[in-house]
Design a protein around this ligand. Structure first.
Ligand SMILES: Nc1nc2c(ncn2[C@@H]2O[C@H](COP(=O)(O)OP(=O)(O)OP(=O)(O)O)[C@@H](O)[C@H]2O)c(=O)[nH]1
Ligand SMILES: [Mg+2]
Length: 400
């Protein structure tokens, strides 16, 4: 606790100075944090005075960059800091926190240790006679296979994890005038899509990010699906079908106040009972629909006018997310990590494909192992180019 003096020794404010001694500070260096009253004029005066005394303005991710350069964090943990700050939902948050605590770093470090041991074995074998090779190569193969399985486990997590990180795609489809855009607006709690009593109102895809039940989703409203010769409507329907094909979950909306139409059967073909929901909308009106027998789909009645049923849809999304499982902290969400580990997998596959029994092949195997180790080191941030570092730190805000 003390008094902040300005450039000319004048009193500016009083506040706190927190001292973090190296090596236990965030950056690994001696750090002093000043806390003063949050008025922009005071802050500017304190910063100006600090600069007069030799301080420099922080760049993007300055503190994390120093922490990285001082070996407090590896590059995957640096990326996790950004992911933690920018996480839009519970999954991304837990995943990023796991990475920050070192789950991915430990997995990559474990792979590296395994490969270093295998490389050491190969180097010993290089001194053996050709006759002895086939016996001792078995151990090398076991090590390589285990490392390949570990790297594949990580790369396999990429599709699911990155989709959840971006927000699962909830695509709203159904015949015209069923209330798709109304449902879209109700879930978004915003009048984003045009709603009108005229069938065929929505033509293009309307997409929005929405935070529902603690998770981030990409909500997509689409044109009404039906047989048409109108070229504009046809284009809208073709876009709707493309979105349907890429959906993580479909809300298939029907107007429950009108009778079932046989053309719905064809539309139902693209739905999956354990993934999608049929929404019987306009439940505030007298019921006109009678669902076919042997109905396999989960069905939720809604009224976008009264709000009835939307909570049930939200609950469905929550349960579906829970079913997908919570993050175990090692889901890959970054392309850099995915590409790096794919490369590791390719090197290991090549290493395993070398026919055994000849010194020449063993030398090729050792080369592949070294390439895999280099790819792992790049993930950790060892020998990584300045350009890559700049790209990563550009994602940070000033300071941090
Ligand atoms: N009574 C009642 N009317 C509704 C409900 N939901 C939507 N509507 C009305 O139904 C009409 C069509 O709604 P939209 O949301 O535009 O329907 P849509 O499925 O997006 O239609 P298209 O874009 O033309 O395919 C509008 O007049 C809405 O006000 C509801 O739950 N109850
Ligand atoms: Mg619409």
């Amino acid at each position: 606790m003390g008094i902040f003096l300005g450039e000319y020794g004048q009193e500016i404010d009083h506040g706190l100075a927190w001292v973090f001694a190296r090596p236990n500070s965030y950056t690994g260096e001696d750090v002093v944090e000043l806390s003063c009253h949050g008025n922009a004029i005071i802050l500017e005066a304190v910063v100006r005075t600090a600069i007069c005394h030799g301080a420099v303005m922080a760049g993007h991710g300055e503190f994390t960059r120093r922490a990285f350069l001082n070996g407090k964090l590896d590059l995957m943990q640096v990326e996790a800091v950004v992911d933690l700050i920018q996480a839009g939902g519970q999954f991304s948050l837990e995943n990023a926190y796991g990475h920050l605590k070192g789950s991915l770093s430990t997995a990559v470090g474990g792979l590296k240790d395994t490969l270093l041991k295998v490389l050491a074995q190969v180097e010993v074998l290089l001194d053996f006679s050709e006759e002895d090779l086939h016996v001792d190569l078995r151990q090398v193969t076991v090590g390589l296979e285990s490392a390949l399985a570990q790297s594949r486990q990580l790369t396999d997590s990429f599709t699911g994890s990155s989709r959840r990180h971006e927000g699962l795609a909830i695509v709203i489809v159904g015949p015209p005038n069923a209330g798709k855009s109304s449902l879209f607006n109700a879930l978004l709690k915003e009048n984003r899509a045009i709603v009108s009593p005229t069938p065929g109102t929505t033509r293009d895809l309307v997409e929005a990010r929405v935070f529902v039940g603690g998770e981030l989703y990409r909500l997509v409203d689409t044109a009404g699906l039906h047989a048409t010769t109108d070229p504009l409507e046809s284009e809208g329907i073709s876009r709707a079908l493309t979105a349907l094909g890429a959906a993580d979950t479909v809300f298939f909306v029907l107007d429950a106040s009108v009778p079932w139409a046989d053309e719905y059967f064809a539309l139902l073909d693209s739905l999956r009972p354990n993934r999608d929901v049929v929404v019987l909308n306009k439940a505030d009106l007298p019921k006109g629909i009678l669902l076919p027998s042997d109905w396999p789909f989960r069905t939720v009645e809604t009224s976008t006018i009264s709000g009835f049923g939307t909570m049930q849809l939200i609950e469905f999304l929550r349960l579906r997310n829970r079913k997908l499982g919570q993050s175990e902290g090692i889901g890959l969400t970054r392309l850099r990590h995915y590409n790096g580990l794919v490369e590791v997998g390719q090197c290991l596959q090549r290493a395993l494909d070398h026919p055994s029994g000849a010194i020449y092949n063993l030398e090729c195997l050792a080369d592949d192992l070294r390439s895999a180790l280099e790819a792992l080191a790049l993930l950790q941030g060892v020998n990584v180019s300045e350009e890559t570092l700049d790209l990563i730190f550009a994602e940070f805000c000033i300071g941090k």
